[in-house]
Ligand binder design. Structure first.
Ligand SMILES: Nc1ncnc2c1ncn2[C@@H]1O[C@H](COP(=O)(O)OP(=O)(O)O)[C@@H](O)[C@H]1O
Ligand SMILES: [Mg+2]
Length: 578
């Protein structure tokens, strides 16, 4: 897909629209700066000619004062331009980042399965960054460069048509060289970026497996590999830099030739009395001035191409629609709710085999369903469907008889609390991690929840109590502590459906015993699903569902199943006892 004009326009309107007054001010600053740039040399010309003609001191001083004034104003305008340009660029790209993040978070899990974090980062931050120029400096630089170019040509045309003709030729030559050279460095730069990406990938991979490398004695090999990659990067970098910057000496050569011609031709005209020395100065100053916008224009054209690529990628991302449509209902009826699966079938991707087939069960309000089954039988998938991370391909899942799809996602997710063996903490204080950044929750409630999980002693040992910073490195939590903190979090949220997905699987028996009563308490008054591969963990469940390869193998009241000697549950119990 190529970026269309409409695409540029949409993005500019959406992200620059709110800052239109800033942009207007920016345009004024550019205009002021341009007028200053073109006017300054003219004042000096008058001054030089005035000196030659021996004008009165008053007139000369006036010219000097005017020159200083024009320059001060011009520099102020430049400063304002830089400031506004940067702030508009940041504001606009931050809005874009926000939109992209919001959009991505709203997408269903299939999207995240397909897009690894690195790619997402590149889209959300990398491409937004690329647009920073486009949103502010690009337009401004383009306008100001063009204005200066036109201003100079206008003044020169008014001064002397011969010089005007010469300048046009000079311009045409410069532009031709510029266009011819523009893409010269591009492949070298690409090769350099490739080498850099390889180096980074290598470092990332090795850092992740540092322990293994050390214990297996792979350090010397790793270092030599890395040196090879760095060597390659340096040699490509040198080539990219020297060839990519061929423009510079060429431009200097063109400039030098232009200045020589101007001095020669101008001197000749001065001797013939057809031009003043001041005017020769003016033309030389303009020639210098021309150089800058030309450079800038070519650079901005490159920026525009890159921005176009980013715009297309961003639009493609924004065009991805979530497979989940949000429902409208914000109430799910009585709590705790009744949870029903009716003939639910599901596969993760259309080209993969079914993960759940015709699964049905019905959990009465407040009861707990224990799900048993081998690894890969689809237990976790059941909980993902209940949390509506995916929609089933067939069948319905309902709360109190209401299809999940007609509930608002936010409502549903506030009802469901999940504990797995993976506990995710965020960089922040312990309090923020427990309250999920909700400052409304009072300390009393937090401390009470901590006490229920026997963590009061542990908390007392922390350097700053609830305000202790939590991150993967600063505070190494044991699996048991992490698990119990996850439960504190859930207690504070007070869900009415609780899902424990092998929550205690990583705990040692002593810790498991400690956590167990808390788990039981959490389930009290809630509709629950307890997933375990240890039978002991489902001892207290009211009903039992045994999954096998995504199909219901057995389902019923736990006590009734236990009483039936031929039941699968009893078979499992016997196996477990052996
Ligand atoms: N995100 C996913 N994408 C594709 N397949 C998946 C995904 N998650 C799980 N599966 C597959 O679905 C099946 C059931 O997985 P899961 O519900 O996690 O089983 P369990 O929790 O019983 O171990 C497995 O074959 C697994 O490989
Ligand atoms: Mg699982």
């Amino acid at each position: 897909m190529r970026p269309t004009l409409a695409l540029y326009r949409t993005f500019l309107a959406r992200y620059l629209g709110p800052y239109r007054w800033h942009v207007l001010l920016l345009a004024l600053a550019v205009l002021t700066s341009t007028i200053g740039a073109v006017w300054g040399p003219r004042i000096l010309r008058d001054f030089i000619d005035g000196v030659v003609a021996q004008d009165s001191q008053r007139i000369l001083l006036q010219a000097v004062a005017l020159y200083v004034f024009v320059n001060v104003v011009r520099n102020l305008a430049d400063a304002l331009m830089e400031y506004l340009g940067e702030s508009v660029a940041w504001a606009a790209t931050n809005r874009l980042r926000e939109d992209l993040l919001q959009h991505c978070i709203g997408l269903d899990m299939t999207f995240f399965n397909r897009h690894p974090p690195g790619v997402m980062l590149e889209r959300i931050d990398g491409d937004s960054n690329q647009l920073a120029h486009f949103f502010s400096v690009f337009g401004i630089r383009l306008v100001s460069a063009s204005l200066i170019l036109l201003g100079i040509l206008g003044v020169v045309a008014a001064e002397d048509w011969r010089v005007f003709g010469g300048m046009l030729c000079f311009l045409a030559l410069s532009i031709w060289v510029m266009l011819a050279m523009r893409h010269f460095g591009v492949p070298y730069n690409e090769r350099l970026r490739e080498a850099t990406a390889q180096l980074f990938g290598f470092v990332e991979e090795r850092l992740a497996s540092l322990e293994d490398i050390k214990s297996l004695g792979g350090v010397p090999y790793t270092i030599s590999q890395m040196l090879n990659l760095i060597r390659e990067q340096i040699s490509r970098g040198q080539r990219a830099f020297s060839l990519g910057n061929l423009m510079w000496p060429l431009n200097l050569a063109i400039m030098g030739t232009g200045t020589g011609l101007l001095v020669g031709g101008g001197g000749w005209l001065v001797l013939r009395g057809e031009m003043s020395i001041g005017t020769v100065y003016l033309l030389m100053a303009y020639l210098n001035l021309l150089f800058w916008p030309l450079e800038n224009l070519s650079h901005q054209m490159e920026e525009l191409q890159k921005a176009g690529g980013s715009l297309v990628r961003i639009q493609e991302l924004l065009d991805i629609r979530s497979a989940l449509t949000d429902g409208r209902l914000s109430k799910a009826g009585q709590t705790p709710p009744r949870v029903q699966f009716a003939n639910v079938s599901f596969r993760y991707a259309s080209n993969e085999g079914p993960v759940l087939e015709n699964v049905s069960f019905d959990i009465e309000p407040g009861r707990t369903l224990g799900i048993l089954g081998r690894t890969g039988s689809g237990k976790t998938t059941v909980t993902r469907l209940l949390n509506r991370l995916y929609d089933p391909d067939a069948g319905t899942i309902s709360l109190n008889g209401t299809d999940l799809r007609s509930l608002r996602l936010q409502t549903l997710r506030s009802l469901v609390g999940v504990v797995t063996q993976e506990v995710q903490f965020f960089r922040g204080t312990l309090r923020q991690n427990l309250t999920m950044f909700d400052p409304q929750i009072p300390d009393k409630r937090i401390l009470a929840a901590i006490d229920r999980l026997n963590l009061t002693g542990w908390l007392a040992g922390l350097p700053a109590g609830l305000e202790t910073g939590l991150s993967s490195s600063s505070l190494a939590l044991s699996a048991g502590e992490a698990q119990r903190l996850a439960l504190v979090r859930l207690f504070l949220r007070g869900p009415s459906i609780v899902i424990l997905d092998e929550a205690a699987a990583r705990l040692d028996p002593a810790t498991e015993l400690e956590v167990e009563s808390a788990l039981q308490e959490l389930l009290d008054g809630c509709t629950g699903i307890v997933i375990a591969h240890r039978l002991k963990s489902v001892e207290k469940a009211d009903d039992i569902l045994i999954l096998e390869n995504g199909c219901v193998c057995e389902y019923g009241d736990r006590l009734a199943l236990m009483a039936d000697p031929d039941s699968e549950l009893n078979e499992l119990l016997r196996l477990g006892l052996e």
